[in-house]
Design a binder for this molecule. Structure first.
Ligand SMILES: Cc1cc2nc3c(=O)[nH]c(=O)nc-3n(C[C@H](O)[C@H](O)[C@H](O)COP(=O)(O)O)c2cc1C
Length: 334
């Protein structure tokens, strides 16, 4: 899948190519990696210049994205036959320095590692209705187990009332976002016409379907709802099961765990041909996030929400080149 060459910098490049396949809001890719001297390991830092100050003032979503990228680094090391040795927040004076991952002892990769690693490039975010196909019966339990092993919880919102309440909260958040000029301006900065040479953000032809076509409205990246306020026809049956990923705390360490849990879940699902469509809008509105915690996530701090299903098509989005995100030891990180 990824080419391996001998030599320290190549090993770091290999880890980083796996890391950057992680999801991030608006494809901001808010990370920087540092290859440690003598190829002892790799550092994962937040790139604060890529945070979304309006949608994500606390940087929660940036840390979740870096947590997913960090999980990918660990998977790539395991795939190469080494145990990752992770030190979280190694420099208390520098909160942007999230983790250091050193090469540990030799260890043959497990079948699970190989399955998840193999799904890295097959995982993509989906938008719009899914195919009518049922999900594999054991999938929900397996995904809960992944969340648990990463130190998080996964709750499926079952029952008509719960889904209706959540759909209402997503609708309220999406309406609020659509009416806020600062929000629209931020989103515009991270969207581009398909002929622009960009390696981050979201191309404007991403939304092949109307964002209000499913019961849970999608993010209106394109401003389609201003041109066509009502969708041609709702397709509630194609919405898929909805899940909330939660943590027992709400601080950077918990956000990092949520990112690892998210990525494990997404890769396990992708390995079985199932993808996620995200519904994170109400988590960006503090009052709505509190309501979700009180009524739908069993008291856990909700960190991510998504629907799951078989996609009719996927659209791989670009990533910044390794040379742009991987720094050498003496490069200036500020
Ligand atoms: C914290 C977070 C929030 C996200 N929120 C949304 C969202 O509300 N709507 C959406 O369509 N995608 C959302 N995404 C997915 C990103 O748009 C997607 O990861 C990015 O565009 C890269 O595409 P890929 O996941 O297909 O590689 C979110 C991702 C993360 C990590």
């Amino acid at each position: 899948m990824f080419a391996v060459h001998a030599g320290p910098s190549h090993a770091s490049g290999y880890l980083v190519r796996a890391a950057v396949t992680a999801p991030s809001p608006c494809n901001t890719q808010p990370w920087t990696f540092v290859a440690e001297d003598g190829d002892r390991g790799i550092e994962v830092h937040i790139d604060g210049t890529r945070r979304l100050p309006v949608a994500d003032p606390a940087g929660r979503e940036s840390v979740i994205s870096c947590g997913a990228a960090l999980l990918n680094v660990r998977l790539a090391m395991l795939h190469l036959g080494f145990t990752p040795v992770v030190e979280y927040f190694p420099s208390p004076a520098d909160p942007a320095f999230l983790a250091r991952v050193a090469w540990g002892a030799h260890q043959r990769p497990s079948p699970e590692v190989e399955r998840l690693f193999g799904a890295l490039r097959r995982r993509h975010t989906v938008r719009g209705p899914f195919l009518a196909e049922q999900l594999p019966p054991s999938l929900a339990d397996d995904l809960r187990d992944h969340a648990h092993r990463a130190g998080a919880t996964l709750d499926f919102v079952t029952g008509r009332a719960g889904r209706r309440d959540l759909a209402e909260l997503v609708r309220l958040a999406e309406d609020a976002h659509r009416s806020r000029p600062d929000y629209a301006a931020e989103q515009r900065r991270w969207t581009w016409w398909p002929d622009e040479p960009r390696y981050d953000g979201i191309p404007l032809d991403i939304d092949a379907t109307h964002p209000d076509l499913t019961t849970f409205p999608g993010r209106d990246y394109v401003g389609l709802t201003r041109m066509f306020p009502a969708p041609p026809q709702r397709r509630p049956s194609r919405t898929g099961p909805v899940a909330i990923l939660g943590t027992d705390r709400d601080d950077p360490a918990a956000w990092l765990r949520a990112g690892a849990a998210l990525q494990r879940i997404l890769l396990e699902a992708a390995d079985r041909g199932v993808m996620a469509a995200f519904l994170t809008q109400p988590l960006e509105v503090p009052s709505l996030r509190v309501r979700i915690r009180q009524t739908l996530s069993g008291g856990a701090f909700p960190q991510m929400m998504f629907r799951l299903g078989h996609p009719s098509c996927v659209r791989p989005l670009p990533r910044r080149p390794v040379a742009e995100v991987l720094r050498t030891p003496d490069a200036d990180l500020t």
